[in-house]
Every structure is written in C-alpha cells, then in structure tokens.
Design a protein around this ligand. Structure first.
Ligand code: PEP
Ligand code: MN
Length: 340
C-alpha cells in the first residue's frame, strides 16, 4: 500500500501519521522527493482502514498494490483449486479442467416433479441435481419453497439417480437440516450475509457462492475469503448475471467475470445462464459463451413443465432442450481441447 503525502505537510503531522501506521505493526519505506513524499507500507495491510487514512489532512492519496483477499488469491495459490464432490458413480470434480453440469428446477415442487426432472437431466449428462427448498422470493406472497420437505424430496431423487444435490441455504438456523446436502448454495441476495459465510466456513462441504446482484468481483472474492478464512477451502464461484441498465434480459451475464476471476483467484467458477437470461431462449447461447470463455461448468434451470412452474418458469428449459445443449457443449469443449 502506498500513501502519498500532501506538499507542505508539517513535521509534527507527518510524525503523528507514521506513529499511527507503525502502531499497527507495519513498517514504512519513506521516499522523500523534491516535491512529494511517498510512504510504502510494508507488512500485512489487510486490517488498514483505507478510508481513515485518506481522511487524514496531510494525505493526498492512498493506493492499494495487492488485493485485499489472500486465501482466494491466485498469487499465493497458483494451482487451480479442484473441489471434489463425492458421488455414487465416482467423485464429481469442479475446477482443474473438468466441465461440470448442474441442472434441475428452480424449486422443488413435488415428488413427481423432482424425480422426473432428476431422471431426465441425469440421462442428458448432468453431474449434479439442483433444486431450491428454501426460496428467496422478492414477494412475500410468492411460493416460498417446500422447506425441509423439499430437502427430503431432493434426497429421494439423489438416492434414486445417484446425483449429488445442490440447494440454497438462506439462514444459519437452517444449517442443521443440510447435513446430507452435497453442495450448499449461497444465493446472490445472501452473498454478503457475513454471519452465514462465517458459519459455512466452519464446515468442509462445498459452497456454491453466487455473485451478488450488484457486487463487484472484488466484493465477491472477499465473500469467498470469509468462507476460506473460517477454514473451508471448498468454494465454487458462480457468476449469475448482474444488474445493469439493460432490461431486455433479467440480468446481464458478465462473461468477463470468468477470465477476471480466474486470473485473480484459483477457485473454480461456474455460470448460471438461467438467472442471467431470464428467458429460456437465451439459455443455450449464454451457456455456449460461458463454456467458450473458460467456465468450469454451468448451473441450469430445467423444468418438465415450465409454464406450470411455481418459480422462474420463463427461464427454465425443458429436458429435451437440455439434452440438445449438452450435446452442443460437448462438441464445443472437444474443439477447445485441453484445459479451460
Ligand atoms: C436460484 O438459484 O434459484 C436463485 C435464487 O439464484 P440467485 O441467488 O442467483 O438469484
Ligand atoms: Mn430460480
């Protein structure tokens, strides 16, 4: 971190500032130019309050040189993290060159619905089954999910198909019901629920961390850092579209987040084209784009009867469209060859 001192700062004010910085356990490399004084802060600057430094009357500017996230940072962990999800038919790997397909309805609605969808997505090549039991809905009057009954139905689908399950947690007090869940999803609206992130960091289960609706990539990686810093290394990032001025799609898929997150972090990153697009007809092209840009996988909403879906019907594709898409993705991935 670099602090540029204002011209004409008094000796006393400079001494007060350096004492304050050194008092935080940091060393200072002072560079006194003809007109500018620059301080290089050496040591662990992660606890430095940048805004407080900036507000000091003799400080002209403060620049960060290293990113505020350490454990999620590729600089300190150059190799890709591969998250392994145990499964009946062999572990599913996320990251490190594998391509993972997660598919299923937005919400679990009934036994018949989840079993039927689980069977068809498995037949089409899905590696994991998704389905919400606790749903974060904008309206309190909309379907809120089947709760713990929904989790039981997911476990039934897992027992029959062998597909590990991915489902969303909304609050810490429900964690006790997630012991048989294979991957816990933190939804976009909870990306900065730091108490939840800290608690999820205490287990070793894979955590699918969606990017917040209006979060920067740095904020997203800082949320991943919460889970990692609490002791859980199994974090999977998920880009699900962000809010922009564009209304033709539900969100704007930030394709650039894939190479950027991969450059900054060693964590695997998957894409949710369904919540990005908002409409089923855009799901296939966005999926192909994500695979081409280097995503480690996709999480796609698939419903056997989208027009009757209790949640997100407009963006759910049907099982046959999912099957067609997996075929096209295999073609693309084999042309791309090698590592993502
Ligand atoms: C979901 O996956 O159904 C969901 C609610 O996603 P998001 O948190 O990305 O909106
Ligand atoms: Mn949904």
């Amino acid at each position: 971190m670099i602090v540029i001192v204002k011209n004409g700062a008094s000796r006393e004010a400079l001494k007060e500032l350096t004492d304050r910085i050194e008092g935080q356990g940091l060393k200072i490399h002072m560079s006194q130019g003809e007109s500018t004084t620059i301080m290089g802060l050496i040591g662990d600057v992660s606890r430095v309050d940048i805004d407080l430094l900036r507000s000091n009357s003799i400080v002209e500017a403060v620049r960060r040189i290293s990113e505020p996230f350490k454990k999620a940072n590729r600089k300190f962990h150059p190799a890709d993290t591969v998250v392994e999800i145990p499964a009946r038919d062999g572990a599913v790997k996320l990251g490190g060159g594998e391509f993972c397909l997660i598919a299923g309805p937005c919400s679990v609605e009934s036994e018949e619905q989840i079993l039927s969808i689980a069977r068809s997505v498995k037949a089409a090549g899905a590696h994991l089954l998704r389905g919400g039991a606790f749903k974060p809905r904008t309206s309190p009057y909309a379907f809120q999910g089947l709760g713990t009954d929904g989790l039981q139905l997911l476990l039934k689908a897992k027992a029959e198909t062998g597909l590990p399950i991915v489902t969303e947690i909304m609050s810490v007090d429900k964690l006790e019901f997630f012991s048989d869940v294979d991957v816990i999803q933190v939804g976009a609206r909870n990306m900065q629920n730091f108490e939840l992130l800290k608690e999820l960091g205490k287990c070793q289960k894979p955590i699918l961390l969606k990017r917040g609706l209006s979060s920067t990539i740095e904020e997203w990686l800082m949320s991943a850092e919460y889970i990692l810093a609490s002791g859980n290394p199994n974090v999977i990032l998920c880009e699900r579209g962000i809010r922009t001025f564009e209304h033709f799609t539900r969100n704007t898929l930030d394709i650039s987040a894939i190479p950027v997150a991969k450059e900054l972090s060693h964590l695997p990153i998957i894409v949710d084209p369904s919540h990005s697009a908002g409409y089923a007809r855009f799901v296939a092209p966005l999926s192909m784009a994500a695979a081409a840009a280097g995503a480690d996988g996709l999480i796609i909403e698939v419903h056997n009867d989208p027009t009757a879906a209790l949640c997100d019907g407009a963006q759910c594709i049907k099982p046959d469209a999912f099957g067609e898409l997996t075929g096209r993705l295999s073609g693309l991935l084999s042309v791309m060859g090698g590592k993502r």
